[in-house]
Design a protein around this ligand. Sequence first.
Ligand SMILES: *Cc1c(COP(=O)(O)O)cnc(C)c1O
Length: 430
Amino acid sequence: MSRKLSIGTKCVHEGYKPGNGEPRQMPIVQSTTFKYDDSDAMGRLFDLEDAGYFYTRLQNPTNDMVAARLCALEGGVAGMLTSSGQAANFFACFNICTAGDHMISTAGIYGGTFNLFNATFRKMGIDVTFVDQNCSEEELNALFKPNTKLVFGETLSNPAVRVLDIEKFARVAHAHGVPLIVDNTFPTPVKCRPFEFGADIVTHSTTKYIDGHGTSVGGAIIDSGNFDWQAHADKFPGLCEPDPTYHGLVYTEKFGKAAYITKATSQLMRDYGAIQSPQNAFYLNLGLQTLHLRMDRVSASGLKVAQFLKSHPMVDWILYPGLEDDSDYALAQKYLPDGCCGVMAFGLKGGRENFIRFMDSLKLVTIETHVADCYSCILHPASHTHRQLTDEQLRDAGIDPSLMRLSIGLEDSQDLIADISEALDCAFSC
Ligand SMILES: *Cc1c(COP(=O)(O)O)cnc(C)c1O
């Protein structure tokens, strides 16, 4: 076919093309190990001389097919699955940034990633500087140090759904000879492909929309292949100098554009073992096959619910970049022109007792520590995930004590609006 395939077709077909008489659906290779005819064949695999499978902690055919599908959707050259989104962000950074190094991250990121960077990375000797993503290029420039190895941000931040100006961050990162890593969990490649705007590496918590049915915790890392490690070899010795654990092989020489992912698989996965189970990868594949349909639906419903909340007299404020008067609307038009997913953050008038009565009165929307799947759900960090913090500590952590995160699922939007409307009535009059 001469036509360039659209993203929806890729969701259905990429990564697995069965041959004659082979299973139509991608099979699960539920096997820890793989058999070889002679000792030499096995030895060459361990030397990374031949490509192939030897142990599922490093690679598994089902995982690789699913990673290839996601890689094709993002427009990358190589990808890998991890056991969780946390493992994906850990590997993505730690692959090129270790003890004695420094990295820059936007401040308003997912709480789990913030803890990883702010607590665990510091313990490991990695220095992290957090920056407001609305900073100017000059402000961002001023944060770089000689040992800075990467810049990190989220396309759509969790929970405040702020839009990252990917081009701005990529431009400044590249001027300093380091890559931009973008967590693309909320938009998924259906709504935004950060590589098209200069990001170098993309990560995912596939636990969210990609699985989309609340079944499987998982993550992924995809490399665009665009960052020239060799041009900055002094900054990235792990990629550009011999690896003694593989007889002195040099990843950039041996694997070219696949150097970064090959190193993450053959060193980090080997040593940390955060592999995704092939069964979970199979579920992810089912999610990917309908991702385009679901992302269109949650984005359309999300906008309708956001418009309803915006116009409601008891809603104090709302953040949803698809709303025309949202401060990030212009950025959303550029980076997410086909929709902004189903997540929004808002605050009600009144006090905590009203927020709680509102959440407890919802019938379709459920209270969950989750976001971005087929069930609409709500979370109030001050009462749930961050309940040990005082209002002042919450504000210091960048969380408004009234913030509720609402995630719109696949239910009918009119049913959801009716549910939310009745619960709001109840919150202020029951
Ligand atoms: C949930 C989430 C993560 C962490 O993913 P897990 O799969 O829960 O480990 C990372 N980034 C973002 C943006 C998330 O929403």
